[in-house]
Design a protein around this ligand. Sequence first.
Ligand code: BES
Ligand code: ZN
Ligand code: ZN
Length: 466
Amino acid sequence: MKLNLIEEKVQTELEIILIKDKEITENKDILEKIDFKGEEDSSALLAELGKLYVGCGEPTSDNIRVAVASAMRTFGKTNFNDASIEADENLREVVEGIELGSYEFTKYKSKKDDKIEKTINIVVKKVDEKTIEIFEDAVNLSNSVNMVRDFVNTTPEDFYPKIMAKKAKKIAIENDLEIKIFGEKYFKEQKMGAMSAVGRASRHDSRLIHMAYKPVDAIKKVVLVGKGLTYDSGGLSLKPADFMVTMKSDKSGGSAVLGIINAVAKMKLPIEIHAIVGAVENMIGGDAYKPDDVLTAKNGKTIEVRNTDAEGRLVLADCLCYAQDEIEDFDYMIDYATLTGACVVGVGHYTTGIMGNNLELNNQLQQSAIASGELATVLHFNKYLKKTLKSKIADICNISNTRYGGAITAGMFLDEFIEEENKQKWVHCDIAGPAFVEEVWGCNPEGASGAGVRFTIEFLKNLMEK
Ligand code: BES
Ligand code: ZN
Ligand code: ZN
């Protein structure tokens, strides 16, 4: 999609008109005949007139974004080559709706559409410095989300730890970021026994990726840590067939972290960002780690493995230790992971579960999510659930002894690897639900959504205002 930002309306084949609060002002008769009332989630294409009406209900930020995204899906299916839309006060939402709504993943289709690239003219009152900045920020953010979607949608045969590191390198070169990539030898030296065990049975060696964006005018320092399971078969505690499908999406946390640092660098935000990704494939084989093993994490804590499918927390444990050992004086540390099915059961597949010891910080992230058009809710730790992680033979067990509250117990497992001085700086985001949904929803396509990127950018932007 080609986007033009203009002041004067130009003639285009199609005009997209958002109907706010069901207020239809033109072509009333014909729209009435086809029973179009301008309600939320409804649209009417009057092809002969070159008009596409889209209902958005109450014109909230998110409703506008979603309505524009749905207009893009309709526009995409037609043979109209160009369209126009008015943006005024909602330029950001309109641009995001266009870019996020027109995303398609066609890598594996043998017959690609040979349609020419379509153009959208966005009409605003004035094309000044401010509007250009809003426009460019929205484009950079949306492109980063779409990049994450591409990563996550790519199959495990084409996207394994080494490829994830290669993608990170490309982002680093493009944005002039620092990057370090570590392999098995480093894990051994650093005694990262948890992460190392998870990847052992895979034919693809694991990677720990550490990228840094260090602007000279940085006002805050934020560490992002992502679960990058390029495939999660469950390991020897093998997943049932139906549950294994879509597990290419278990790299969504790590991919989000790559998308966030890319967006921050492109938007030139004055915040130092460290992006850490544990890229690992969880497989079966003679060399696989086993239920009954006891692993030692980087901080010396021992972990009794009772289920090899609770692998994400093992990878994150070592990555969180790495971050705290290697990065000094950070203000916040946020991790992203498709960590538990329990989180999806608990809050539904559209919502991120936010956890941590700092309630105010948790709430801030939740607010950022709502403002950005993502959904998130806070889940609270408690001392009773914490006890369910006790092990008889090691310091802690990798699964809880109860089948209830699985998202929270996973979060509290991670908490064991957060040093006392960082307890209030850390937040855990379980994106197992929204990261990958097999249906179109909001401005998300079927498949990967890029969850986490938009709400984190919102959170970071808010830090600048404090
Ligand atoms: N990657 C899965 C969690 C998941 C489930 C993500 C569904 C997305 C959709 C994770 O590694 C896992 O398998 N967790 C187990 C933990 C259990 C063994 C304690 C789970 O949720 O069943
Ligand atoms: Zn698993
Ligand atoms: Zn997993």
